[in-house]
Design a protein around this ligand. Structure first.
Ligand code: ZN
Length: 146
């Protein structure tokens, strides 16, 4: 059993998303699209967008719109919250490789829980968006996918 030490440590911070993620969040808010960056030299598309290639350090432009459909690469079901509290409802998180991207995106899986690796999923985007990762509600099974 893991040993834990209980205590309180109040932490407040502002997260700076960086230029690539700003482009990603702006595109998500303004157009409801998932924006990535492509390195032609490496034949590799990053999602969310990056401003440089993590493989060859080339400068990249965040201008690739990835498809809202993708493949479920992995998933897990959480029964315990971030502070160790039991959750009323389990939360399912998936790693999704969107069509046109070479990286995976982690987000909520929405639906009945009958998930399988390799399953086709699609993004569900909020109608009213604020420029947050939660503008993307999560991913749901594509109709007709087994
Ligand atoms: Zn590269």
């Amino acid at each position: 059993m893991a040993r834990t030490v209980h205590g309180e440590l109040p932490v407040a911070f502002h997260y700076t998303p960086g230029l690539g993620n700003i482009a990603f969040f702006d595109a998500l808010r303004d157009r409801g699209v998932l924006l990535g960056s492509r390195c032609e030299a490496c034949d590799y598309t990053y999602l969310p967008a990056r401003v440089f290639c993590e493989r060859c350090f080339a400068e990249l432009t965040p201008d690739v719109e990835c498809r809202p459909e993708g493949t479920l690469e992995s998933f897990t079901v959480g029964h315990v919250g971030i502070d160790g509290e039991p959750l009323e409802e389990p939360v399912t998180l998936g790693l999704i490789k969107l069509d046109g991207a070479d990286t995976v995106l982690m987000h909520r899986l929405m639906g009945d829980g009958a998930w399988e690796i390799g399953m086709r999923v699609q993004a569900s985007v909020e109608a009213d968006r604020t420029g947050s990762m939660l503008d993307l509600r999560g991913f749901e099974r594509m109709s007709g996918s087994t």
